[in-house]
Design a protein around this ligand. Sequence first.
Ligand code: 5GP
Length: 110
Amino acid sequence: MPTLFTKIIQREIPAEIVYEDEHVVAFRDIDPKAPVHVLIVPRTEIPGLADLPDDGDHRHILNAAKTIAERLGLTGGYRLVFNQGPDAGQTVDHLHAHLLGGRQLGWPPG
Ligand code: 5GP
């Protein structure tokens, strides 16, 4: 059973895709928590950071984050967040990074 994010990647569910390459697809979060809130999702289905293979090549998420931030004009800064498991509030079990920006971001996060 494909994940929700795989269905978005396969265009079965609509989303505003802002970036894609052979490794990742990035689209705007349906419930944005900042003026820019993009989810960066590897095409490979991995449930979360806890399942990241040691030999995985997931640095592409970081490279994509940098590229998307530049393209979206986040010159003042931005934040990349991975929620892992229930204590972090992870709701979709398909590895993803939240790219947040466009406003002053509080620290520590809630
Ligand atoms: P998590 O809570 O797992 O770290 O993040 C999942 C994110 O997916 C949430 O921020 C939520 O708003 C977003 N989301 C859930 N369903 C959809 C959807 O159908 N489309 C889009 N674009 N984002 C979604």
